[in-house]
Design a binder for this molecule. Structure first.
Ligand code: ATP
Ligand code: MG
Length: 250
């Protein structure tokens, strides 16, 4: 099983941005190959990584359900072929995009094939980074994979911190094998106010570190330029890497 890191937090706090920085960091440190999983139904991790996505696991599931399996092909072979198409291979890492969740109706057959496939797939990687959509719902669905490190991402807002604290509590109560959780405060206007540090301490969160608000991060995103192509000496990147040095298991 890979060492798996899942990102969670309130909307727009920077989960996907931090996930991209983390993937780049792991590749740079030769912790490869990394499996990057985009579990946000509004997938956009590929943009941060500068990749085009051809297909998603959700599409494969839909086609299986509809029975769109070509004549002479077993369902097993069909699903593994479709899923191959949903994996983008890059230097040092692969990206798989989960896509839309299932709609109404019975997906049992498709899902059991999918589960098997994804389990075999994750076995090939020492590290896995999973970007999630905002909120709590996906956390309660994290049942199949053990999460070694839950990375909570918040800005310095009260609601961001509250969301992080709630997700942390929820995850601790689930049996998802969560080994440890840590909070990253992103888009921070420095220095942090006492209100913020007190909130973090009172909520029992472990502060892994702070990433400053940085105009270049914002502008790259606005112009559709991949975050991972930013210079390494950018203050936000440097802060993120120092955090990863401390928290990612060697
Ligand atoms: N440290 C930072 N400094 C400046 N801007 C940032 C920083 N981190 C993220 N951003 C910007 O904030 C916006 C939201 O970031 P991102 O998409 O990573 O958040 P998210 O938590 O994944 O959002 P969602 O909940 O919609 O998935 C983007 O425009 C991104 O470029
Ligand atoms: Mg996101």
């Amino acid at each position: 099983m890979p060492y798996s890191i899942a990102l969670a937090g309130k909307g727009g706090t920077g989960k996907t941005t931090v996930a991209g920085m983390l993937i780049k960091y792991l590749v740079k440190k030769n912790k490869t190959p990394v499996l990057a999983v985009d579990a946000d139904s509004n997938a956009n991790l590929n943009e941060v990584l500068g990749l085009a996505v051809a297909d998603t696991v959700g599409n494969a599931r839909e086609e299986m359900k509809k029975g769109n399996v070509p004549a002479g092909m077993t369902k097993d072979i069909f699903i593994s072929m479709k899923l191959e198409e949903a994996i983008v291979e890059e230097d040092g890492y692969d990206l798989i995009v989960m896509g839309q969740p299932e709609g109404q109706g019975c997906y049992c057959a498709a899902n059991s094939l999918l589960t098997g496939f994804l389990e075999r797939l994750t076995g090939n990687y020492p590290y896995m980074v999973m970007d999630n959509e905002a909120g709590m719902e996906h956390i309660s669905r994290l049942t199949t994979h053990d999460v070694d490190l839950l990375l909570l991402v918040s800005d310095t807002s009260r609601r961001g911190l509250q969301a992080a604290a709630r997700i942390n509590e929820l995850a601790a109560g689930l049996h998802i094998g969560m080994e440890k959780s840590a909070l990253i405060i992103n888009q921070a206007r420095l220095p942090l106010s006492d209100m913020v540090t007190n909130f973090v301490a009172d909520a029992g969160l472990t502060l892994a570190g702070v990433i400053p608000a940085d105009d270049t991060v914002y502008e790259f995103d606005l112009n559709g330029r991949p975050t991972v192509e930013m210079p390494d000496d950018n203050p936000a990147i440097a802060a993120a890497e120092a955090i990863f040095d401390r928290i990612v298991e060697k």
